[in-house]
Design a protein around this ligand. Structure first.
Ligand code: ATP
Ligand code: MG
Length: 348
């Protein structure tokens, strides 16, 4: 069992004397121990955190930034606490040949489309992936890839190839979403049997849109996007009943905290708010990623057709590859240039 230790060498010595290993990667750590002076270097994660207060001015921002942490006065106070931090045993998800993955949020503008694009871009570096826009009320995927949408309910489903392994299906614009039937929408997915991964971007509050229900009840993974605003925290408490009502199992839900700032509400409280509506004892949805708030860079990246935080999304994709029974390996070759992609675009 490894611990990520930040601060004086004597902290590491103490932790190893207790029989723990040391790691620099928080993913491998059962807990993080830092003194308040090194708090800036603590990675954003949901790992248990102990902070050694050293009586300096650095203690105050450390408390502000990580109110959920376990605070101690010296490294020797950490031993008992560490004993209680058991490694999280991840249940092995059942493996499948193909995956239908959906974005979700009851709120608008939290980052569903940004998440769908980022996941599709990263996953398609290894697997044949199609990104579908199921947000018929405000379709954005076609805009991002500069693709002209077709009414595929009439013409048939023909995604456009944008890179070697990435295909995109923009949502038709000239339809009245309320007239769609859930069978019609689910039929779109059934026509995409060529793809190992289908990523579907959806509208806010899908519970109010019965034509999306069958998609949710038949999907393998839901990435539910939340931010740290007061409103989002309150609304998050009501996510569970609607997801359950649409037939989504809690173990197939992952939380993405988008527009994340360590100065705002703690991630533990977000997870608690999200899980409030689920039956206790069952496996609860967990936070899969914290995507930093960076309004200007996100805006610029969208105009340039780029995805930010690829390293974080690659981490998220490990779980997805795992479900497909694929070994995750670092992607070494750079993705093709966007300009060339545009020239290469062709219909299936
Ligand atoms: N991490 C981030 N930091 C700052 N801004 C972000 C971040 N992620 C997304 N945004 C911005 O937030 C806005 C909304 O993002 P996006 O369109 O992905 O949300 P959405 O949930 O799909 O919205 P809608 O409900 O309208 O479909 C965009 O302008 C995007 O650039
Ligand atoms: Mg959207």
């Amino acid at each position: 069992m490894n611990v990520l230790v930040l601060g004086k060498p004597e902290y590491s010595e103490y932790i190893t004397s207790l029989g723990y290993g040391l790691t620099l990667d928080y993913v491998d750590a059962i807990a993080i121990v830092s003194d308040s002076t090194n708090i800036q270097a603590v990675p954003a994660s949901d790992k248990p955190l102990a902070i050694i207060l050293n009586g300096s001015i650095a203690d105050w921002p450390a408390k502000q930034r990580h109110p959920e942490a376990y605070f101690v006065k010296s490294i020797s106070d950490v031993g008992e606490w560490l004993k209680k931090q058991q490694p999280v045993i991840q249940e092995q998800p059942a493996q499948c040949d193909r995956l239908l993955i959906l974005t979700h949020s009851n709120k608008g503008g939290v980052g569903k489309t940004s998440t769908a694009i980022a996941l599709a871009e990263v996953l398609s570096q290894k697997t044949k992936t199609v990104l579908c826009d199921f947000d018929y009320t405000a379709p954005d995927i076609g805009t991002f890839y500069s693709l002209k949408p077709e009414n595929y309910f009439e013409t048939g489903v023909r995604p456009s190839q944008v890179t070697n392994n990435l295909y995109v299906l923009p949502a038709p614009k000239n339809i009245i979403p309320g007239t769609l039937k859930e069978e019609q929408v689910y039929n779109v997915v059934q026509q995409l049997s060529d793809f190992q991964i289908i990523i579907g971007d959806t509208s806010p509050a899908p519970w109010d849109k019965p034509y999306l229900h069958k998609l949710f009840s038949h999907c393998d993974l839901v990435y539910s996007i939340v931010d740290q605003s007061l409103f989002s925290m309150e609304e998050t408490k009501r996510f569970a009943p609607t997801l359950i009502a649409m037939g989504v199992a809690p173990e197939n839900i992952k939380i993405i905290v988008n527009k994340y700032s360590p100065r705002q509400a703690s991630i533990k409280s977000i997870e608690q708010a999200f899980c409030a509506g689920f039956k206790k004892g069952a496996p609860m949805p967990k936070i899969a990623a914290l995507i930093p708030e960076d309004w200007e860079s996100q805006l610029k990246a969208a105009y340039q057709g780029k995805v930010l935080n690829k390293d974080i999304w690659e981490d998220v994709s490990k779980d997805i590859f795992n479900r497909l029974g694929l070994e995750y390996a670092e992607i070494t070759s750079p993705p093709p240039k966007r300009f060339l992609d545009i020239l290469k675009r062709k219909k299936l």
